[in-house]
Design a protein around this ligand. Sequence first.
Ligand code: SF4
Length: 362
Amino acid sequence: MTTASIVSGRHWHALEDGRIQCDVCPRFCKLQDGQQGLCFVRARQGDEMVLTSYGRSSGFCIDPIEKKPLNHFLPGTPVLSFGTAGCNLTCKFCQNWDISKAREIDRLNDWAPPEAIVAAAEKAGCRSVAFTYNDPVIFLEYAVDTARACRARGIKAVAVTAGYVSDEARPDFYSDMDAANVDLKGFTEDFYHRICGGHLAPVLETLVYLKHHTDVWFEITTLLIPGANDSDEEITNLSQWVGDRLGPDVPLHFTAFHPDWKMTDIPGTPAATLQRARRIAREVGLHHVYTGNIHDSQGGSTWCPNCAALLIERDWFTLGRWGLDRAGCCRSCGHPLPGRFEAEPGSWGARRQPVRLQSTAP
Ligand code: SF4
């Protein structure tokens, strides 16, 4: 470690031609001394890779856990959310582009070492801390240390991520995570290549890894963009893959796109598109399919896959009727709902509350 925000990076190796290759994500950036990776926050300094944003945050906010979105993980509870700067994908529709495209570390105002984040979460009554706004894979060392500190104090750690991580770094990244929401941005290589600047296969590998090699609770989000990834065929293929490779109980969220960043010429997603996608995924056999970013109580609520009873009523991020018993099973038929549930739902509601950490930068 050289300064408070610059720490030695993990997962890299030297190449024979004198460059260093970062092995954190499938971009495998090959860098000369002084160069930054595409993500902006990892760089080569001398003969090693470093993370330059350790302990630096773009801001903290207490959100409902449903906003991540996670519908089967401690429903109704508040989560302390934060991000840093940079990203390892280049999505033209980015909804957080002011953070993910940030190119100045000065934007990272809050000095926030892991212990201070956990203390702030405890003080605010948050049950979990979420790495969100930009992808935590690129600040892996900071995210893992924070997740570990959270676990030590009984606070859960949540990764909101595109799942674009290498085989080598994946186990390290998820080792201390309790939950994740993984963006599955589309279901064609063409969409990933043209719109996101990445590849589909590593994301699918992350989902399979989470399901078959970890205890991390995870849900999937697909942002539907009119004319880009919302055809019946693509939604059917995506849903079938989820059912075949991950099983029918993994929740799938279809959320609405808003014109942003480099895709301002495309209109927002109509509610009917999200509802069509939900219908297709349910017909394919998935049990928990949600519409998001719209008012749709039917599509936003959780229903028992066994007896069709209402289990968790939602209107956007606000919970309504509760149909689970204290063990997280359907009160009508006893069918267990997959996820992580407590005896009672939380009561945070839809509030969004900015938080300022008081830590002093060294
Ligand atoms: S994490 Fe950053 S530096 Fe490393 S390969 Fe990915 S984009 Fe490049």
